[in-house]
Design a protein around this ligand. Sequence first.
Ligand SMILES: Cc1ncc(COP(=O)(O)O)c(C=O)c1O
Length: 440
Amino acid sequence: MIKTSETTGLSVDWSTDAIIARRNRYYAASQRAFVPFEKPLIFERGEGQYLWDERGNRMTDLLAMNLCISVGHAHPLVNAAAREQAEDLQHCTTMFYHPVPAHLAEELIATMPAGEEWVVHFTNSGSEAIDLALMMARSHTGNHDFIALRNSYHGPTYGAQSLTGIKSFRHDVGLLSGVFFAADPNQYRGVYGEGTDPYLDDVENTISYATTGNLAGMVIEPVQGYGGIIEMPKGYMKGAFERVRAAGGLAIVDEVQSGFARTGDNFWAFEEHDVIPDIVVMAKGIGNGYPLGAVVAKRHVAEAMDGKFLFHTYGSNPISCAAGRAVLKVIKEEKLQENAKSVGADLLLGLKQLQNKYKVIGDVRGKGLMMAVELVKDQRTKEPDPDTTAAVFEVTRDHGIVVSKSGTFRNVLRMVPPLCLSHNDVDQVLTALDKCFASV
Ligand SMILES: Cc1ncc(COP(=O)(O)O)c(C=O)c1O
C-alpha cells in the first residue's frame, strides 16, 4: 500500500507490517513504549469527530488524539488559518516581531478572569509550560518547595515529571528535589473517603511535615486527566490554594486537558471553583493539533523572570498561533462550550444506564466532554479490574469507537472527544460500548 504524492514525490508505505517494522527498527524504546492496544491502530484521515483507519473504516473519536483535537479533525477554518500563514511565513523566531502570536496572546487573555493583568509566554508543549510555571513560581517567591497531587500527570520533561505523582510516568532517574505529594480528593476511592476537609488537612500536614514551610506553589489539574477523570470537589481548590498562599506559594492550575471549554459550564475548568490562580498552564486543545503550549500568569508574577531571557525556539510559531486564533473563533461561533455541556450530559446519562446493566462498572463520572467509566471486580470493595478494562478496550475498535485506558490501576475508560461530538453520535457510542461490555 505505497502512496506517492504527485506534488512532493514523497512515498508513504501504509501497510501494517511495514509500519511496525520501521517503528521497531528506527524508534527509540522511549518512543516505542506507548502502545496501549495489542493490535496497532493506524489512522489515515480525520474529519470532525470521526477518524478513518488505513482500510477506510470510520470510527468515532472519543480520545481526540489525547485531547489535542478540540474543535474537530481537519476543521476547515483552523486549517485555512494555518495554511494561509504557512504560505506567508512558516516560522518567526521570538527575537523578531510578528503580529499573529501577539493577537493570540490578547485573545487568550480575554478568556481569563477580569480584574487581573495577565500576560502570556508561549511554549512548544504542555510540559514545557509546566516547567516554566515551576521555574516562574520559584523565581517569584524565592522558595523551592512545591506541592502536587499523587494522582497527577503534568508531562514528560524533568520538571513536569517531577510534579507527576503516578508511578508509571516517573522514570527512575532522580527527579527534581522539593516536590511533595498530597492525597487526592478522589470522591470515589480517595484514602479519606468522601468530603474535602480531610484532604485539606492533608495539604496542611504536607506543608507542616514534609516541606520547609515556605512554598513556591501548588499545581492542580481541576479534572485529573490521565489519573482517570477525577474532578476536584467543590471547595478543595479554594481551600488548598488558601493554605498554599499562607505558606508563601502560588496557585497554579494545569488546564492542559480540562481547558478550552471542554468541561461545558466554563471556558476554564478552574472557574467553577471560586479561585483566581496566579498561573494557568495550557496546551493540547489550544492549537487543535498544531503544536503549542502557553503559560498565562499574573503580570507581577511573570515579571520575576525579566532579568534573563527564556527562549523556546518554536514557542509562538505563527502557524500554531494562527491555528490557535481560529480555535478560539470556532469555539465561540459554533457554540462548542454549550455543545460540550449538552452532549456530555446526554452521554453521561447513557453511561449511567450502562452502569445499571454491567456490574463491572463501578463508577461513571465526568463533566462536559470529559468523562470516564471505572471498572471494578466488586462494586462494594471497589477492587480495580484492569483485565476486564483491557479486554473491553481491545474490542472498542471493532465497534467503531476510539477510547483510552487510564488511571493509576489502568481500570478506567476515558472519553474526551472533540467538542463537536453530536447528540446523534451519542446513541452510536452507547450502543458500541454496550456491545463491548456484552462481548467480554
Ligand atoms: C494535564 C496535563 N498536563 C501537562 C501535560 C503535558 O503536555 P505535553 O504532552 O504537551 O508536554 C499533559 C499531557 O498529556 C497533561 O495531560
